[in-house]
Ligand binder design. Structure first.
Ligand code: SF4
Ligand code: SF4
Length: 409
């Protein structure tokens, strides 16, 4: 296949001219896709991955970019069935990363196919009423009472400028566990606040780039107003996206598992454990490594694919919205590996992974490692009953029509 073509015209504009009022650089999906296509040497290595996105070894990611840039429809579903797990490019000879193609491709396709946008409405955390904010508000008794921050600045100086950032899945599905972690961070004089806002992944990853750029400005204004200087993050996906969300701000990001290790929160579990690593922890392994070290009394069993080569849980990339069969295929691959190592329990550092694996039919109990550390198991039967009740609630259906933005009031 030819390389270096620019069928949609040259991209000679100056990035500096596309900054917003705050000086933040806006996103340029067309340029990103073209850059990827130009850099890919079409070796085909990525297309040999068994993720379900490459049938008969094609298209490789460079071909996918080129095809969509050329306006062809042959593979235009593929960016949306990609889990954004980046496993296919761990050995890319020119160090490309799959999601740097598939995310901007989604952004381009979302503009070309506006009919796709409503499919993702409930995950639009840039809108005030979304599934996560509604679940949390409903748990507190009033579906319309969306809050963004809890806590009081009545601790030490550093803690008064520090906020826990649990991420949407944890705060929406596990409010009790979130409250326990928040309390521990207060008791340890680490963080006075808990933020119940999103890192943006739930809509940025789908390709809502313009909405993300606007959301980022609102988040930054909010963090500035609250004088937040440090964020304690527990989700590898949030940790991956937060640097972009707080770009240009002097805010430090600290990983919760590192703090737990530092403060000696060692589990007494003597079970046999296997760890499911999160895709967004694939390259660095910071979360998986720290979380494993909290279980020094347990016996570990390794899976054939873990750490840098871990398999997706099936829940990555919001694929469930448009292609649940792809999710099921990936989840089943992972669950077969988990059951194959015959451990007492599988632990993960990502709450969304736990949610996805719970939905399958594996026989090994699945938990987030924080459930063990804080002795606060999540009842997934209750969680799913609560989600079903929310979706059946006419008040939620009405709120889903509401286009009010997050962090405006
Ligand atoms: S492995 Fe890298 S260079 Fe090879 S086809 Fe895939 S993206 Fe292109
Ligand atoms: S699902 Fe993962 S392995 Fe498959 S194309 Fe997407 S990033 Fe690559």
């Amino acid at each position: 296949m030819c390389q270096g073509v620019r069928p949609l015209g040259t991209l000679a504009y100056n990035r500096a001219q596309t900054r917003c009022e705050e000086g933040l650089e806006m996103h340029h999906p067309l340029e990103d896709v073209q850059d990827f296509s130009d850099s890919c040497i079409r070796c085909g290595l990525c297309a040999r991955t068994d993720c379900g996105n490459f049938s008969n070894g094609e298209p490789n990611l460079g071909e996918l970019c080129e095809s969509i840039l050329n306006g062809e429809e042959t593979w235009d579903y593929a960016p949306f069935t990609c889990a954004l797990c980046n496993r296919c490019t761990i050995n890319c000879p020119v160090d490309l990363v799959a999601s740097r193609a598939t995310k901007p491709l989604r952004a381009l396709l979302l503009k070309q196919k506006p009919e796709l946008r409503p499919l993702y409405r409930k995950f639009r955390t840039d809108l005030k009423y979304n599934v996560f904010s509604a679940l949390r508000a409903r748990d507190a008794g009033d579906i319309t009472n969306v809050t963004y921050i809890q806590g009081e600045a009545n601790l030490g100086e550093d803690a008064n400028h520090t906020a826990f950032f649990p991420g949407c899945a944890l705060y929406a599905y596990a409010p009790e566990l979130t409250a326990k972690v928040s309390q521990w961070l207060r008791d340890e004089d680490i963080a006075a606040y808990t933020l119940t806002i999103c890192c943006g992944a739930t809509f940025y990853d789908v390709g809502f780039y313009d909405e993300y750029d606007a959301y980022r400005e609102r988040v930054q204004a909010f963090l500035r107003e609250k004088e937040i200087k440090r964020l304690v993050v527990t989700c590898p996906h949030c940790a991956h996206l937060l640097p972009q969300l707080i770009e240009g701000m002097e805010i430090e990001i600290v990983r919760l598992p590192d703090l737990l290790v530092e403060r000696g929160m060692i589990s007494q579990s003597t079970e046999t454990i296997t760890f499911h690593d999160a895709c967004y922890d694939r390259s660095a392994g910071f979360f998986g490594s720290a979380a494993r070290s909290l279980f020094e009394n347990a016996t570990f069993k390794s899976m054939p694919h873990e750490k840098r080569d871990c398999l997706c849980c099936g829940g990555g990339g919001m694929v469930s919205v448009c292609a649940p069969d792809y999710c099921a295929y990936r989840r089943n691959l992972r669950l077969a590996e988990i059951d194959g190592v015959d451990a007492d329990r599988v632990l993960s550092t990502c709450f969304s992974c736990v949610n996805s694996l719970q939905r399958g039919v594996g026989s090994t109990p699945v938990q987030h490692y924080l459930e063990q550390i804080f002795d606060c198991p999540v009842d997934w039967g209750e969680v799913y009953a609560s989600v079903d009740a929310l979706f059946a609630d006419p008040a939620y259906a009405e709120l889903s029509e509401n286009e009010e933005l997050t962090l405006v009031d």
